[in-house]
Design a protein around this ligand. Structure first.
Ligand code: G3P
Ligand code: MG
Length: 347
């Protein structure tokens, strides 16, 4: 393949390569764009020496909003139009499980947002920790619902409800209360609230939207993420059951399934947005977290039909001067350097 397709509608598109971007620590930090990210988007959209547009998608472990809402935020932050058709967040692949379970507990995020996201995915009956606390305030001794939470939480008789699965969609806003409720269900008779199993092996499956123990936010040092809660859940279950093991599941990077999902999205995006039918030879993945971004890209590269090329940046979790736990193909200072590196390799 030549790196350039013939001009069509005045647009020259790179057809042999594409980019995929992590968000936190690469493009955004603490809700603000990393300065070089805005320029990197412009370069991808044709402001480069060759006047070519380069297809790209986003692949973040973050979440807590609908894909459309998050893309609206990103578009404003990066000063470029970003479509949900080029975006995957931690919980996006959970949408494929909407038909598998009837009643599910959805944990994490602000207010009712994650319930709305889950319903948008097609989950039929979505319970939140707020619903459970509303039904029995003794569930969480130190957590009282605010008047707004009380109003939004659903009134229901949990004696007739079976929670078939637990999905942690986004970071918990109340680790202690959410931990209590997850452990209660993990120890229950088949997901029935208020019951206690005799064997502790019949709780509902528990899915986390990713496993990042730390991530890069506004603070100069990394902050604790959902992977830390996952570890606490598994540790606590072992303690309270006197040695039973709880196996939970994680979506997101570095899971191969997430990269397969990204491959399908990139294929659709390149076809529908750019009219490209053949897969790219190389996908440059730009990330800041060796344990999820670099590990996942390198692992996926071993089985992918094309070359997934990992690029580590120094603007997030990875600290310059340390040895990354998983080795990238190249390390560069910022996302702008990553984009330029890919273009130079190709052209
Ligand atoms: O909670 C978000 C975080 O763990 C990672 O987000 O964009 O770096 O994959 P991202
Ligand atoms: Mg990141």
């Amino acid at each position: 393949l030549s790196p350039i397709t013939p001009p069509e509608d005045d647009e020259i598109v790179a057809d042999s390569f594409a980019f995929a971007f992590d968000i936190d620590g690469v493009l955004i930090r603490g809700g603000r764009p990393i300065p070089e990210a805005v320029q990197a988007m412009k370069v991808l959209n044709g402001e480069n020496d060759y006047g070519i547009k380069i297809p790209y998608i986003f692949l973040t472990n973050g979440g807590g909003k609908t894909e459309a809402e998050r893309c609206g935020d990103l578009s404003r932050q990066l000063d470029v139009e970003i479509s949900p058709a080029q975006f995957i967040c931690g919980h996006t692949p959970m949408s494929e499980m909407a038909n598998k379970y009837n009643t599910v507990l959805v944990v994490g995020g602000e207010g009712e947002k994650c319930r709305n996201v889950a319903q948008g995915y097609g989950f039929k009956d979505v319970v939140t920790p707020g619903d459970i606390i509303k039904a029995d305030s003794a569930t969480t001794p130190f957590r009282k619902l605010t008047p707004e939470e009380l109003k939004n939480s659903k009134e229901r008789d949990f004696s007739k409800v079976t929670i078939e699965a637990i999905f942690v969609f986004a970071d918990s806003r109340d680790w202690a209360g959410d931990l209590q409720i997850i452990i209660d269900l993990a120890m229950s008779k088949g997901g029935r609230i208020g019951t206690l199993s005799e064997t502790f092996d019949e709780g509902p499956p528990i899915y986390f939207s990713h496993n990042d123990v730390v991530w890069s936010a506004a603070h100069e040092n990394v902050r604790l993420g959902m992977g830390a809660l996952r570890g606490i859940v598994e540790y606590t279950f072992k303690e309270v059951t006197k040695g039973k093991t709880l196996e939970t599941h994680a979506f997101g990077k570095p899971q191969i399934g997430t990269f397969e999902f990204a491959t399908r999205l990139l294929k659709r995006w390149r076809k529908n947005e750019h009219g490209l039918n053949a897969p790219p030879n190389t996908v440059y993945f730009v990330g800041d977290t060796p344990e999820s971004d670099i590990r996942g890209t390198n692992q996926f590269n071993e089985k992918a039909e094309n070359d997934w090329y990992s690029i580590l940046v120094k603007t997030g979790v990875y600290q310059d001067g340390t040895v990354p736990a998983y080795k990238p193909r190249v390390t560069v200072p910022t996302v702008l350097d990553a984009v330029n590196h890919g273009i130079e390799r190709e052209m």
